[in-house]
Design a protein around this ligand. Structure first.
Ligand code: NAG
Ligand code: NAG
Ligand code: NAG
Ligand code: NAG
Ligand code: NAG
Ligand code: NAG
Ligand code: NAG
Ligand code: NAG
Length: 722
């Protein structure tokens, strides 16, 4: 009796202990191990299969860890021959790796001169098979008057984003606060791969260099980072980064089970990674009551027989877990179905685009009539309406004329002004330009892009109706000084920043990257507040997702045309960067891009500018009345930026994103009172209208209207066949 009582009590105690143990630790797999006969450690790392360091020790090459004994003591485990990612921990349960990734840095001497002058330093987080965890990491930049960029691919789309950090003295920086002063952070989007990060300073940092000589950019596991002022002078060379892994290339669990290389072994089951893991494949874990490495033959070992109690407990623990897993699975399924349909839809749209371009107005009409059925956006104007609006296309109403059309100012029945673009003659190639413009514009909705309100299809050629932008072109304001007052420097800088923002958005954020191809001051319109509105997408190119460069007929405007593109016919985003650089020079100097009135060496503004800059004569060629004591430094920086945009080799030019960030940074410096609000560079109002051919994205009620300048649109066309 007594004995039995003790026995019973013992059993209860044991059970309680086991229950507690099971509750406290959702199994750090104690038996997790390398393949038998293989190396189990490399330095401090516990090597765990499917990862391995030698042939035959890993599941496949993806999981190869190169252990470098020869150069390092203790040895260092690198992820698949990568020289930048050192593995520090392998977790089987969540499919996670902890790696140490290199910090990207840019350093400056006490005169503010860049020490590492070989372009933007890049840390490559280039791991194709695995993804950088979006839930555990943050992109972080440390430094004063600096910005960092993170670039990569999401599925096949290129992505780039950045954050800005400002400070003039140590006093601006607070321990523990990474929100824009001395330190800034942004989230990493889901599924970002092929990551490259870079750090830069956007102004002469001679003052700041005393206490902060380098700018650092890195991707760090959030839980491992707390910003301190000491980090301005002391940031590690490597930081911990969380990486998600899984078994890919075999589909989901259901499919994988029938695959000969199914990775889950005896007594193991397959599961989809939890929602906080962005990997796309599957993972394995031991069955109820088994523990160990589910990827190894006989890796999952049975528990001690007398632990019957724990079995129920385990089942309970798993039961709680199951909804999470199945939820993840359902989400994955819904997600992938959605992507599948979006992908198909996009393909369909693309195909339609082709027809659209071939058939011109006919298909446009079809598309539009479908749209109006859905009662959103598209506005189709009747010919009658537009005739009335323009007083029967009265000559006096013409506000722009160019190589391929005429722009009229008109008033709709509600008295709202609009700009109406009409092709000059019926010509298939011109119709194509029109259709192209509709296609491109219908995909963009951006504050600094001229809005397309609708179109008219009853005429021989389609007529396009835009918002009317009240204040003319940038060209007029810069070059027709008799009629307009001089634009102050701050406004010029804002116009440049806004234009750069649009181009950067077109290049990287839009559904399909778009190259504008005709960036120039006549295509930048200004409204009453001198807000820039980029127009004329007649020549723009949608870049097919997989192509970084396109071979095209060289087209553009003399004086703005990228010399490299002219030479090779290979169109890249960097051609817009060049043209933008020319616009910046125009803004700074107030001089025309080409002028045969000037002495020979000054005819090409770009040459003249570069020459003067080199000779240290920048301030002698600036437009009258823009320089003052407060903005000299800023102007110098912008001049330097323009020089980089105008480099002959496209690849040496900065990206539009970098340009936009630098201009934004310089503008903010100007304000001098540091509003400690978090900097948000992202234009949140950029909405992508997936619904392609709506002729109009906005509310037709917008009273402003646009016109598209086609003045002196010199079209340079060369035969690519040469
Ligand atoms: C070890 O690292 C050094 C320096 O990065 C490299 O030169 C060497 O090839 C590496 N050895 C092995 C075995 O990977
Ligand atoms: C590896 O990661 C796991 C889970 O995050 C943790 O429990 C363990 O302590 C880590 N091991 C090392 C050596 O850091
Ligand atoms: C930065 O400014 C200082 C003085 O303010 C000047 O001496 C130095 O040359 C400048 N550096 C660069 C790289 O422009
Ligand atoms: C991404 O590009 C690769 C080749 O560049 C192609 O095989 C693949 O189908 C593309 N994926 C998507 C989702 O577009
Ligand atoms: C450096 O600080 C001095 C004095 O505070 C200031 O006049 C100067 O403009 C600053 N230079 C730069 C490049 O910011
Ligand atoms: C920031 O500074 C602290 C204290 O000096 C240091 O422990 C930490 O590693 C630094 N952080 C980074 C990312 O270098
Ligand atoms: C190796 O594994 C990766 C990731 O699990 C997979 O994508 C790839 O298809 C596999 N390659 C081979 C040759 O099995
Ligand atoms: C990820 O999600 C799983 C299941 O939802 C959870 O058990 C785990 O703690 C999460 N991990 C992290 C690091 O948030």
């Amino acid at each position: 009796m007594g004995l039995c009582g003790i026995c019973l009590r013992l059993v209860v105690v044991v059970e309680m202990l086991l229950l507690m143990g099971a509750n406290a630790a959702p199994t750090p797999p104690q038996l997790a191990q390398a393949k038998p006969g293989c190396r189990t450690t490399c330095g401090d790392l516990q090597v765990v299969y499917p990862f391995g360091t030698e042939d035959g020790c890993y599941l496949n090459k993806t999981f190869l860890i190169t252990c470098n004994d020869t150069h390092y003591n203790p040895p260092k485990p690198f992820l698949r021959q990568s020289t930048s990612l050192v593995v520090t921990n392998i977790t089987l349960e969540e499919g996670r790796l902890q790696v140490e990734s290199l910090v990207s840095k840019a350093c400056y001497d006490k005169n503010g001169k860049s020490i590492s002058d070989s372009g933007p330093p890049n840390t490559l987080l280039r791991i194709n098979q695995f993804t950088i965890s979006d839930t555990q990491n943050k992109f972080t930049v440390i430094g004063c008057n600096s910005y960092g960029l993170i670039e990569g691919k999401i599925r096949n789309k290129s992505y780039s984003e950045g954050c800005i950090s400002r400070c003039e003295s140590k006093g601006d920086v607070t321990d523990g606060s990474c929100s824009g002063s001395g330190c800034c952070q942004i989230d990493i989007p889901k599924g970002l791969r092929q990551i490259a990060v870079s750090a830069r300073r956007f102004r002469n940092s001679s003052n700041v260099s005393q206490f902060n000589s380098c700018t650092y950019a890195f991707v760090i596991e959030d839980s491992q980072f707390r910003f301190g002022t000491s980090n301005l002078s002391n940031t590690a060379e490597r930081v911990p980064t969380a990486v998600d892994w899984s078994i890919t290339g075999q589909g989901n669990c259901d499919k994988a089970k029938n695959n000969p290389s199914y990775a889950c072994k005896e007594n193991a089951l397959c599961y989809q990674p939890p929602a906080n893991n962005s990997a796309v494949g599957y993972l394995c874990k031991c069955d109820h009551g088994y523990q160990g490495n589910p990827y190894l033959s006989n890796g999952c070992q049975d528990f001690d027989e007398c632990d019957q109690g724990t079995h129920t407990c385990h089942t309970q623990a798993r039961c709680i877990n199951t909804p999470g897993i199945s939820l993840g699975f359902v989400m994955l399924l819904v997600g992938s179905t959605w992507f599948f349909f979006m992908f198909k839809k996009r393909r369909l749209i693309k195909l339609k685009e082709q027809f659209f371009q071939q058939n011109g107005g006919f298909l446009l009409q079809q598309q539009l009539s479908k749209r109006t059925g859905a009662s959103d956006t598209a506005k189709i104007f009747s010919e009658e309406e537009l005739k009335k609006a323009t007083n029967n296309f009265d000559e006096k109403r013409i506000i722009g004329r160019g190589g391929y059309g005429t722009v009229y100012k008109g008033f709709l029945t509600d008295n709202n002004p609009v700009a109406i673009k009409k092709s000059k003659i019926v010509d298939q190639s011109q119709i194509e330009q029109f259709i192209n413009e509709v296609t491109v514009l219908s995909q963009i909705n951006h504050r600094n892009v001229v809005k397309l309100l609708g179109c008219c299809l009853e005429t021989e050629v389609p007529l396009l109706v835009y918002e009317y932008v009240t204040n003319g072109t940038l060209f007029d304001h810069i070059h027709n000084k008799d009629e307009t007052p001089t634009i102050p420097w701050e406004t010029r800088l804002r116009i440049a920043a806004e234009t750069a923002g649009v181009l950067s958005y077109l290049h990287s954020s839009a559904a399909t990257p778009i190259i504008h191809r005709d960036v120039k001051s006549t295509n930048i319109l200004l409204d009453n507040d001198f807000t820039a509105k980029v127009s004329d997408f007649g020549a723009s190119k949608l870049v097919p997702i997989d192509e970084a460069q396109l071979s095209t007929m060289v087209q553009g405007t003399l004086g703005y045309l990228d010399p490299e593109y002219l030479h090779t016919s290979q169109l890249t985003e960097k051609s817009d960067v060049y043209s933008f650089g020319v616009v910046v020079v125009e803004l700074m100097t107030g001089k025309k891009v080409l002028s045969f009135d000037r002495p020979e060496e000054e005819r090409s503004l770009v040459m003249y500018f570069l020459f003067s800059l080199k000779a240290g004569r920048l301030f002698e060629i600036l437009d009258n009345g823009i320089v003052n004591d407060d903005n000299r430094e800023q102007i110098r920086e912008v001049g330097e930026l323009a020089r980089r945009c105008l480099r002959v080799k496209g690849e040496e030019r900065p990206t539009m994103k970098e340009v936009a960030m630098e201009l934004e940074g310089l503008r903010r410096m100007d304000k001098h009172q540091w509003d400690k609000v978090e900097v948000n560079i992202e234009e949140t109002e950029h909405l992508l209208s997936e619904t392609s051919y709506t002729c109009n994205n906005g509310d037709g009620s917008n009273s402003a209207a646009a016109y598209d300048s086609m003045k002196d649109h010199l079209l340079v066309a060369f035969d690519t066949a040469r």
